[in-house]
Design a protein around this ligand. Structure first.
Ligand code: ADP
Ligand code: ADP
Length: 216
C-alpha cells in the first residue's frame, strides 16, 4: 500500500536526511519508526504527506506516485490521510468541537452529519462529552487525544503520527499507544515515529530503524 523506491531527500543547504530508502508497507500494518534525533524519521512522514518531496526516488501510495501530486491536489491528499505532525497546534481559542470540525469545514458534509462525525471522533479517543471544553481545560494527554480526533474525523485508511507520545507522562503515553493500536486493529494502516520504541513493544509492530538517513 505504501512504497518508498530508492528515496533520497536532500534539504536545501545540502543536508541529506534520507538516502536511497526502500520500504514496502502492506495495508493494515502497524509500523513503528525508531532512530536517533535527526535520523530522518519526520522526513519519512513528511514525504508521505507531501509536506516535502523527494530529491530522488518515488513515494507510492496505493500505486499512485504521491510525490508527483500537483499543488492543488495536496489539501485533498492530506485530508485523506490522518496526519499528526509535531508542528500542528490545536487552536486554543476554539473549543474541542471546533478543533475537530476544522478538517470537515472544507468538505461538503451537511452540518448535522459533520457534527455527528465530530462527536464520534471525540468519543473514539475517549473525549465523549468534552465538546465544549477549551484546549487549556484539557490535560496534556487529553490535548493529544484531541489532536488525534482531528486527524481521524475524516476516517482515514492511513494514519501517520510523528512522535505522538513525546512530552507525555508514561501512563498517558501508554494510553496513546493503546489508541493507535486500536485504530490498527480496526484496519487502519498506522505509521508512527518514536524514540521510545519500548512503548509499543507489546503489540509487536513491525519496526523500522533509521540511522543517519538509512534503514538499518
Ligand atoms: P528526525 O525526525 O529523525 O529527528 P528529521 O527527519 O527531522 O529527523 O531530520 C533529518 C535531518 O534533516 C536532520 O539532520 C535535520 O536537521 C535535517 N532537516 C530536517 N528538516 C530540514 C529542513 N527543513 N531544512 C534543512 N534540514 C532539515
Ligand atoms: P504548501 O506550501 O504546500 O502550500 P501550506 O503550509 O500552505 O503548504 O499548507 C497547505 C495545506 O496543507 C494547509 O491547508 C494545511 O491544512 C496543510 N498542512 C500544512 N502543514 C501541515 C502539517 N504539518 N500537517 C498537516 N497538514 C498540514
Amino acid at each position: 500500500m505504501i512504497r518508498f523506491e530508492q528515496v533520497t531527500k536532500r534539504y536545501p543547504g545540502g543536508h541529506t536526511a534520507l538516502e536511497r530508502v526502500d520500504i514496502d508497507i502492506a495495508r493494515g500494518e502497524m509500523v513503528v519508526v525508531t532512530g536517533h534525533s535527526g535520523a530522518g524519521k519526520s522526513t519519512l512522514l513528511k514525504l508521505l504527506a507531501v509536506l516535502e518531496r523527494p530529491t530522488e526516488g518515488r513515494v507510492l501510495v496505493g500505486g499512485e506516485n504521491v510525490s508527483a501530486l500537483k499543488r492543488a491536489a495536496l489539501p485533498y491528499w492530506r485530508r485523506s490521510i490522518g496526519l499528526i505532525m509535531q508542528d500542528q497546534r490545536l487552536l486554543f481559542d476554539r473549543s474541542a468541537f471546533d478543533n475537530v470540525m476544522l478538517p470537515l469545514s472544507i468538505s461538503s458534509h451537511p452540518p448535522r452529519e459533520a457534527a455527528k462525525r465530530v462527536s464520534a471522533a471525540l468519543e473514539r479517543v475517549g473525549l465523549a462529552g468534552r465538546e465544549k471544553a477549551m484546549p487549556v481545560e484539557l490535560s496534556g494527554g487529553e490535548q493529544q487525544r484531541l489532536t488525534i480526533a482531528r486527524a481521524i474525523v475524516n476516517r482515514p485508511q492511513i494514519l501517520l503520527a510523528d512522535e505522538p507520545t513525546a512530552h507525555l507522562d508514561d501512563a498517558y503515553a501508554r494510553d496513546i499507544a493503546d489508541l493507535f493500536r486500536s485504530f490498527n486493529e480496526a484496519g487502519v494502516t498506522v505509521l508512527l515515529t518514536t524514540h521510545d520504541g519500548g512503548l509499543f513493544e507489546r503489540y509487536a509492530p513491525r519496526r523500522l530503524s533509521l540511522a543517519h538517513g538509512t534503514l538499518q
